[in-house]
Design a binder for this molecule. Sequence first.
Ligand code: TXA
Ligand code: MG
Length: 364
Amino acid sequence: METKIIKIHDLESGRLSIEEAGELIKAGELVAFPTETVYGLGGDALNKESSKKIYAAKGRPSDNPLIVHVADIEHAEKIVASFPEEARKLAKKYWPGPLTMRFKKNDLVPDTTTGGLDTVAIRMPDHEIALAFIKASGGYIAAPSANTSGRPSPTLASYVYEDMQGKIPMILDGGQVGIGIESTIVDFAEDEITILRPGYITKQMIEEVLGVKVLIDPSIDGVKEDAGADAHPKAPGMKYRHYAPKAELTLIEGEDDKVLAKIMEILEGAKATGKRIGLMVIEEHMPTLTQFIDEKNLAKQVSLRCIGSRKKEATIARELYKVLREFDDEGVDVIYSESTSKTGIGMAIYNRLIRAAGHKEIQV
Ligand code: TXA
Ligand code: MG
């Protein structure tokens, strides 16, 4: 199958293409589309066969449920058993936005979409192309991130093409996404309101709107020391190794000076091994390390990338997956990254990083 990439500059000039994408969805095909978080691989959420195609194209286990994307709250209400008052408050504040809410589902949603669960996760993306596409498709788009299972989520249409070429008929290209990591998932299907996946919308932002404490699923990496491979997360996707670059990634965590010293030690060591190193550091450390690499004549062996500023962690979220994919393309042998804070959006970034690293972390 030939995969068309269609650049959408604005809704006006892109109208026909978005309509064509909607027709493909109604015919049971898949279309990748931009959202504010990452690109999604969309199919008709109410069509059993579409979700099967999504699992096949991604190479994803079919017990891993899909998020249903809607363009208005009325469509969300029609597919749930109940829409609690607290969820309504959050929707009012953060929909459209990078927030997914999980509810008890009703019979309109096929089991194939929810991986056999009796719950459905719903999100309204804050992206005009996504919203227009959902409307053109009949109102319900099931979409995981548009990467091959186990690869970093795509933040550019060209990354979707890398993974989905020949497998889907169309990619709507809306340029680089704004946020860069997947939505926050909050559970309203059980008694206690719980964050199942951290994202741009933080625990504090949610608590401010609701005026009550919310829980964080203890299986989320970085929340509890013993979490990780053996935990049983409520979001099944969180149990799989994820976001994995091809080269082995190790995080370095500790006080700034010690982290810098450790990085320098690793770089010096690389001279002997001849390995090519991908290095991800914060903006604040770029000058020192650039100079070090230069002085030690390591420029050919080390690919140094800035992942954003610690003072503005949202910039790290935006670049993270892109940098990981660039290291894949360059074919580095090993990757080292500085760790991030574990609060606010830092929690979401750390959660992705530590999973990409398969829990390999050096404490200094
Ligand atoms: O930002 C996002 O949420 C992106 C864009 C495309 O919207 N989508 C995304 O989908 O990240 P995906 O499939 O890559 O991740 C969805 C996560 C998985 O970990 C899955 O297990 C969980 O959501 N999930 C979906 N439905 C669920 C349900 N009913 N119960 C528990 N977890 C659910
Ligand atoms: Mg994903």
